[in-house]
Ligand binder design. Structure first.
Ligand code: NAD
Length: 347
């Protein structure tokens, strides 16, 4: 393939969800893969489209607590059985499915994935892997105990930018990295007051099942479902958990980092309800062979973050070189790249 064609292909791939290869690990010869999908609105609909586009996939079961989203998915997959409770689905369908896809809000990732693994099903679970690090550890323990193939939905990991950035760092082309600056202008925080009162639950929504393992509370429009749960500590992971999980992936892995030595967030005080709308976090790490010894990592999000990587000037970054759309590097020690075409960037 010519380089230009390869670049075109990788740009096209950047705008779609990549098929999770792990799901197909055990599908040999002409065997078919029967999938069960938990959460089929929002990203779940994209996952469903992507996975079902494979010629050997049979979408066998669909589950969503919002009857409208379930009905839309069923229209595309009329042979699939539908459920509103994933516990009921897994029990009923355990002998008819080969893999489970979890694309629900973050607080349901671990309960749904762990139960699916209890039924010995390989799981493809959306990022961030879970709502709390203790859940991540339990998910990993379960996958190892059951010897299951699993994958997190973090498509950036397969992109051209990731590979190129890793190559630039690990081959020593840009020298040892001193600073990573990572940011997102998105705001998945909420500095307002705790939601009070209640609104009537939409007829299509099973609010009790949506809450799942979270504490009970009244339904409020536009506060939780859909998507806004990200802003709230009981359900999501804020901007850092939502976007950072993509953006951190490349430099974190390429630099072979381990856990941070210190983390300092310059943000408002926690209020137990919403995540801060503006974060400015500095991490220090033990140096690796790809970093200087005094290496540090800075994250900022919300209004304080640049809205576009176009604002990054050579004068800010030292002698900056440029390659392709989204990968830049400083000939000095700072590395810059951005997140597939949107204004998010890190450096
Ligand atoms: N990889 C990516 O680029 C990417 C992009 C967007 C979202 N995501 C991830 O996908 C997940 C979903 O995000 P979203 O934006 O689609 O949220 P959303 O709120 O828009 O959609 C969630 C869907 O799950 C359903 N749902 C909620 N609780 C459920 C339950 N207990 N059982 C079954 N269905 C349930 C909802 O009704 C809805 O259809 C999140 O973890 C998010 O981080 C990943």
């Amino acid at each position: 393939m010519k380089k230009r064609d390869f670049l075109k292909t990788s740009v096209a791939a950047a705008s779609t969800v990549l098929l999770p290869s792990s799901l197909f690990a055990n599908v040999q010869g002409d065997k078919r893969l029967r999938t069960a999908h938990i959460g089929v609105g929002g990203m779940g609909a994209a996952d469903l489209n992507s996975i079902s586009s494979h010629a050997r996939v049979d979408v066998t079961a669909l589950c969503d607590v919002d009857a409208n989203n379930l009905a839309a998915a069923k229209l595309k997959h009329p042979n699939a059985k539908t459920f509103s409770d994933y516990r009921v689905m897994l029990e009923a369908m355990q002998n008819e499915i080969d893999a489970v896809i979890v694309s629900t809000p973050d607080h349901t990732h671990a309960p749904a994935s762990i139960l699916a693994m209890d039924y010995n099903k390989p799981v493809y679970c959306q990022k961030p892997l879970a709502h709390h690090v203790s859940e991540v550890r339990e998910m990993r323990r379960k996958a190892e105990e059951k010897n299951l193939v699993t994958q997190m939905g973090i498509q950036v990991h397969s992109f051209y930018d990731y590979k190129l950035a890793t190559l630039l760092i690990q081959s020593g082309i840009i020298g040892k990295v001193e600073t990573v600056r990572a940011w997102s202008p998105k705001n998945w925080g909420y500095d307002g007051p705790v939601a009070k009162g209640s609104d009537s639950v939409p007829e299509s929504l099973d609010w009790n099942l949506w809450l799942g393992t979270a504490a009970e509370r009244p339904f409020k429009e536009k506060v939780y479902h859909p998507a806004n749960w990200r802003k709230l500590v009981d359900f999501g992971c804020g901007t850092l958990g939502d976007m950072g999980v993509h953006i951190f992936d490349t430099p974190y892995n390429a630099l072979a980092l381990d856990v941070p030595t210190t983390i300092k967030n310059n943000c408002r005080r926690p209020n137990g309800f919403g995540y801060p709308e503006n974060n400015n976090v500095t991490y220090t790490f033990k140096g690796t062979k790809y970093t200087t010894d005094d290496f540090k990592w800075v994250w900022y999000d919300g209004k304080g973050a640049p809205s576009s990587n176009k604002g990054i000037k050579a004068s800010e970054q030292g002698k900056t070189s440029f390659t392709r759309r989204h990968v830049y590097w400083g000939k000095g020690k700072t590395f810059i790249t951005s997140f597939y075409g949107d204004p998010t960037a890190y450096c």
